[in-house]
Design a protein around this ligand. Structure first.
Ligand SMILES: CCCCCCCC/C=C\CCCCCCCC(=O)SCCNC(=O)CCNC(=O)[C@H](O)C(C)(C)COP(=O)(O)OP(=O)(O)OC[C@H]1O[C@@H](n2cnc3c(N)ncnc32)[C@H](O)[C@@H]1OP(=O)(O)O
Length: 229
């Protein structure tokens, strides 16, 4: 997913140029549709509602878009592809790379449907996630690896929003209750501590009514050593 570090400022700029306000129509550099420089390729912001979203996740989306109006929360835009300028050259020289960002690699409704909102003052991120049918583990339940992916992405975004590009060094997840496939869950992530390049993040995963704690986790994210880049 994180294939190139050199262009991180541009990428971080894109991530930090987050969207707020009532109109869910802007992503990095403005448009929800991102036209890559080749002008042959359009990537859309996938953290906006699509027809596969249940009423429940739409309601949460609307509630948090309202919270964005005073600037305290920002919606985090999210794309399927790393733009060609940010990608490392691939073996498919001269062709569009087929690489996709894992958490956005499924077609609408089949895999990871989610939207994140970040609060800069509180250094925390909330993610509303609806796992589609291709993320099944045990019958009728969400695969643990799919949940780990979402915890990783939410924790990673929480750290990245401090302004540093990070890699995941450690994730420790307690799976406490199984998650019904297709249900909407809430992942709350916050930065507990920063020590030099190390960002210690914690996450909990709950039902929308907060009655069920599905999982909790801690993660260590490390920003890249300038010497080693
Ligand atoms: C730019 C373009 C990209 C585009 C992006 C698209 C948009 C993004 C949108 C949305 C983002 C979503 C968010 C991301 C979510 C997904 C993230 C992933 O999947 S990341 C892939 C999986 N992770 C790896 O592959 C890491 C592999 N490991 C490494 O590369 C290195 O080990 C690394 C960078 C993590 C650390 O290496 P060192 O060389 O920089 O660090 P050293 O100097 O060894 O350690 C620094 C300190 O950290 C401790 N440390 C290192 N690893 C540790 C560990 N595993 N556990 C505990 N401590 C550890 C050390 O003991 C040291 O501590 P002391 O400073 O001495 O106190």
């Amino acid at each position: 997913m994180l294939r190139s570090c050199a262009p991180r400022l541009r990428t971080l700029g894109a991530l930090r140029g987050l969207t707020g306000g009532a109109r869910p129509a802007v992503g990095d550099a403005g448009p929800a549709l991102r036209l890559f420089s080749s002008e042959k390729f359009i990537d859309k912001d996938r953290s906006l509602p699509n027809p596969s979203w249940s009423k429940e996740i739409r309601l949460l989306f609307d509630q948090f878009m309202k919270k964005c109006e005073d600037g305290s929360w920002k919606r985090v835009p999210s794309y399927r592809y790393i733009s060609p300028q940010d990608s490392k050259p691939t073996k498919e020289e001269g062709q569009m790379s087929r690489a996709r960002i894992f958490s956005r690699s499924y077609d609408d409704g089949l895999g990871f449907e989610f939207v994140m909102f970040h609060n800069d003052v509180e250094k925390r991120t909330v993610c509303f996630f609806q796992g589609g049918p291709h993320l099944q583990g045990p019958s009728g339940l969400l695969h643990g690896g799919a949940l780990a992916t979402m915890i990783d992405v939410t924790g990673g975004v929480t750290a990245i929003m401090t302004g540093e590009f990070v890699m995941t060094a450690n994730l420790n997840i307690n799976f406490k209750r199984p998650i019904p496939l297709g249900s909407v869950i809430v992942i709350n992530s916050q930065i507990d501590k920063v020590e030099g390049r190390k960002f210690f993040v914690s996450c909990d995963v709950q039902s929308v009514d907060e009655k069920t704690l599905y999982s909790n986790a801690t993660g260590l994210f490390i920003s890249l050593d300038p010497e080693k880049k």
